[in-house]
Design a protein around this ligand. Structure first.
Ligand code: ZN
Length: 439
């Protein structure tokens, strides 16, 4: 390294560790808008909007849409095909300087629980309320970060696309249609920042993907006295048991890979509903069973791992016991958000921002501790960071609460992350082909 390079490295390091004047201004604005921000969060939390409450989801969307309009965004409500059966999504675009990084901010408008009405109860530094943390809090972090950036005159040059989905908690199907608006937004942006509920000292650089699988085994219906013989064979249930046991003994234990056999049904008269995940069986104790079905999920960290494990599962299935047959079918659900070098670089910016604000270091969250989310759908296309939203707990439950004491911290960290990333050239965020393990 030349002395010039060392000098510029030190300068960049020092800059990252303190706030410039514009950043100080952003911080001041966020402090002064704190009560307004909490009031705004209360307003959107008090509109019940569980995924299938389309009217509620659209109402919450309309509140954010009006606010983003007034910040100079071009907004639209993107409907999904009727067959998908969901409320649709809010999409907002802000064009700034050409050549600067284009950032995709991801939120969602829906909740799991449907409260009877207004659910907000403020108790000192926390508030109970459905969606307070997951993730109307994150949506409000985005909005007040943008307001502060605008007040500082920094928003004008920034390229931002916002997608607030209306069905993150219970996506419509087919997923290709339900997530089209999000995926198309990723095709015209360079980095994704998702504001699902966060933590003080970690952020999400990887989320495991999810796939469904179903094994359907068959056997020759025959008298039980002949089981294990050449004529009667082993029956569908022994065949299915062989397969599941081989999954466990041969595939369990790989890092970030899990497979859960969720349900099983077998006998001679078997019904199984793959949507309701519900089945019935009837048999007699003296009959070698003809049908058996097991259904489960698979969690994985990369497309490579998914492909490889599916191949091994298929190979295990193919080693049939005498007189039996079996097939396995897979269903794509969420792709994995793999821990790419680009994701780590985004975390490094967030980490230095947090330190500069005096909030301490931010480390990567263990991917095994986070399920799939909307950012997973864009992770095959662009690098990203998740877990930038509000702090809280009890999500997906009636006791959900949001931490108001750290709302300002999250908003400051978000605003400065956008500020520091937003001025960089898009060319810095082009993903290297070698790091693109997704298809
Ligand atoms: Zn969520």
């Amino acid at each position: 390294m030349t002395s010039l390079a060392i000098l510029s490295f030190i300068t960049a390091g020092a800059g990252a560790q303190s706030l410039d004047r514009q950043e100080q201004g952003i911080r001041t604005t966020i402090a002064t808008t704190r009560e307004a921000q909490i009031g705004y969060l209360q307003r959107v939390v008090d509109i019940p909007s569980s995924t299938l409450n389309f009217d509620g989801v659209r109402k919450v969307g309309a509140v954010f849409r009006a606010s983003l309009d007034s910040l100079g965004f071009t907004t639209s409500w993107v409907a999904v095909p009727d067959a998908v059966g969901r409320a649709g999504h809010l999409v907002a675009e802000h064009r700034g300087k050409s050549g600067a990084v284009r950032m995709l901010l991801i939120g969602h408008l829906d909740t799991v629980v449907e409260p009877a009405g207004a659910s907000w109860v403020r108790q000192d530094s926390t508030a109970r309320g459905i969606g307070g943390a997951d993730m109307k809090g994150g949506d409000v972090v985005i909005l007040y970060a943008l307001k502060a950036l605008q007040a500082a005159g920094a928003l004008r040059e920034m390229n931002i696309t916002i997608v607030f989905t209306g069905d993150e908690e219970h996506p419509g199907e087919p997923l290709a249609d339900a997530r089209r608006a999000l995926i198309e937004a990723a095709q015209r942006t360079d980095v994704a920042l998702a504001f699902e509920a966060g933590n003080r000292s970690d952020a999400t650089v990887a989320r495991r993907g999810a796939s469904g699988w179903r094994v359907i085994a068959s056997g020759r219906q025959a008298h039980s006295a002949g089981v294990f013989s050449q004529n009667a064979g082993y029956g569908a249930i022994y065949e299915l048991a062989r397969i599941l046991d081989a999954f466990r003994t041969q595939l369990a234990g790989e890092q970030y890979l899990t497979m859960n056999a969720a349900t099983i049904v077998g006998g001679t008269d078997v019904t199984y509903d793959t949507v309701a995940i519900s089945g019935t069986t009837a048999s007699k104790l003296n009959i070698v069973p003809s049908h058996a079905i097991a259904h489960g999920d698979l969690r994985f960290i990369s497309a490579e791992q998914l492909t490889r494990i599916r191949e091994r599962m298929r190979a295990i299935v193919a080693q049939h016991l005498p007189g039996t047959d079996a097939t396995i079918v897979f269903r794509d659900e969420y792709p994995a958000m793999s821990p790419t070098p680009g994701n780590a670089r985004l975390l490094a910016v967030y980490d230095s921002t947090s330190k500069a604000l005096g909030y301490g270091a931010v480390a990567p969250l263990d991917p095994g501790r986070r399920g799939a989310g909307d950012i997973s759908f864009v992770a095959p296309l662009i690098d990203g960071l998740d877990g930038l939203g509000a702090l809280g707990g009890g999500t997906h439950a009636p006791e959900e609460h949001v931490d108001l004491a750290t709302l300002t911290m999250q908003t400051e960290r978000a605003a400065l992350l956008l500020y520091r990333l937003g001025r960089r050239p898009a060319s810095q965020f082009v993903r290297k082909p070698s790091s693109t393990s997704q298809n």
